[in-house]
Ligand binder design. Structure first.
Ligand code: SF4
Ligand code: SF4
Length: 443
């Protein structure tokens, strides 16, 4: 299929990065790509969503990725999985998977799902800092995204989301639910209670966000809902107050550089030096602007906070704050220096089991079983117009309209945007500039 035609089909189906990024997938199609990587690395601990999709629908995942590869003229598709997933799926390194697809087995290391790290590990290529993977001839898509692309080619839009329910629960599960499902209603259906002193995370323990079950919903990007105690380091780091932290930094940070020396992107040759960014942000000294600008290439992986710093400082929180402010002002790292991975990189990788132990989640790592399609009995489904990177979708329905699951509710705006579809049958109860609410049809 021609690239333009494929982009139209994927765009019409509202496919966005399902691994958490939310970038509209049709906008990833580009000329000059030689490799498509399927990101099934399950970057964070406790997540089994990618594994469940591969176990149930490996053929669809490969088919979706291969369609994209062929449309772009790429020569290969590499299914990137960690060693433990390869063992579970009985796959070997570089195993042919039919067509132009093969496996790429990655070490059990955190953060292997960071696409910049994955591209280097799987292909030995370094994406220049601040540039897209396409600059290295690569497109990376999540396993569920590839599955959604396969559906899009059959005219089936994205209306459901695969996710893991895990952490401090009796039986970790992987399920598929309509987009817009209320988190509280879903946890109740799963028989999960959130005890006093525990939180619910949307996402993994390191990079996920604390959400309120009463108001949070499953979006096109939700990969997991984890119940974890607020006393563990992974959750404590999320509670850090950035202003208080910046005040503390000048007295508490001893500039030991451990955060920089363990930073996975710094080890790839990226200009990131969190100890310098902290020093500049804490002191307000901008005599070396690159110390602040380099924060724009931080992935937010939190290795600096959770594995490196022994002073109780949370460098990743400062990096994220600086990066956010740079983004608001359209500033960022613009260097053209060549990048060279550090010779010591292989010895500084963070093994997944050590990472889990350090961040306090090792005891919760149990295999999640696939439990099928679920629906709650909630009367209303709220669908935000911004579940993706870029401009919000533009509503094409009005209050009072009857809609069926899969019907388009909002089209993609010009530029980078994504379409939105009804995830259930019902009546459009509300249309605002932020969301569309559907009242479920009672049959
Ligand atoms: S590891 Fe902690 S104490 Fe050391 S330089 Fe980084 S922030 Fe400062
Ligand atoms: S969060 Fe910390 S370790 Fe991760 S990329 Fe950013 S600076 Fe490096």
């Amino acid at each position: 299929m021609e690239m333009k035609q494929l982009a139209e089909k994927i765009g019409a189906a509202g496919v966005v990065g399902a691994g958490g990024a939310g970038f509209p997938t049709h906008k990833k199609l580009a000329p000059g790509i030689d490799t498509v990587l399927i990101n099934a690395a399950e970057c964070e601990p406790l997540l089994y969503t990618d594994y469940a999709i591969l176990k149930q629908h490996m053929d669809m995942v490969l088919s979706g990725a291969q369609s994209m590869a062929e449309a772009m003229g790429a020569k290969q598709v590499v299914l990137c999985i960690k060693h433990h997933t390869a063992l579970r799926l009985a796959l070997e390194a570089d195993q042919p998977l039919g067509g132009i697809c093969r496996t790429g087995v990655l070490p059990d290391v955190y953060p292997m799902g960071d696409e910049i790290i994955m591209i280097y590990q799987a292909l030995g290529r370094v994406v220049p800092p601040g540039q897209l993977p396409s600059s290295a001839g690569v497109v990376v898509i999540n396993a569920e995204t590839a599955y959604n692309v396969c559906n899009a080619l059959q005219g089936i839009p994205v209306t459901k989301k695969w996710l893991t329910i895990g952490g401090s629960v009796e039986h970790p599960l992987v399920i598929r639910v309509p987009v817009g499902t209320n988190v509280g209603a879903l946890l109740r259906k799963a028989g999960v209670t959130v005890p006093e002193g525990y939180v619910v995370l949307d996402g993994g323990p390191a990079m996920g966000a604390i959400v309120s079950p009463a108001t949070a919903i499953v979006t096109k990007k939700t990969k997991s809902l984890l119940i974890l105690p607020e006393t563990i380091p992974a959750v404590q780091a999320k509670r850090a107050n950035v202003q208080r932290l910046l005040k503390r930094t000048s007295s508490a940070c001893c500039q030991c550089m451990m955060c920089t020396e363990m930073c996975p992107r710094h080890l790839l040759g990226y200009p990131l030096q969190p100890h310098r960014t902290l020093r500049a942000a804490g002191s307000g000294n901008i005599s070396h602007p690159e110390d602040l600008l380099s924060a724009s290439v931080c992935s937010g992986c939190s290795v600096c906070t959770l594995m490196a710093c022994t002073q109780g400082i949370t460098p990743s929180v400062v990096m994220t704050e600086v990066k956010m402010n740079l983004g608001k002002n359209r500033l960022g790292y613009r260097g053209t220096e060549p990048t060279r991975p550090a010779a010591e990189r292989d010895f500084r990788l963070v093994p997944s089991d050590r990472f889990m132990a350090r961040i306090g989640v090792a005891r919760y790592d149990r295999m999640a079983e696939w439990a099928g399609d679920w629906e709650t009995d909630q009367p209303f489904y709220t669908l935000p117009l911004s579940m993706h990177v870029g401009k919000p979708s533009v509503p094409v329905v009005q209050e009072g309209d009857m809609v069926t699951a899969g019907q388009m509710l909002a089209k993609a705006e010009d530029g980078i945007s994504a379409a939105l579809h009804a995830s259930i049958d019902g009546r459009v109860a509300k249309v605002t500039s932020r969301e569309i609410e559907i009242q479920r049809e009672v049959k």
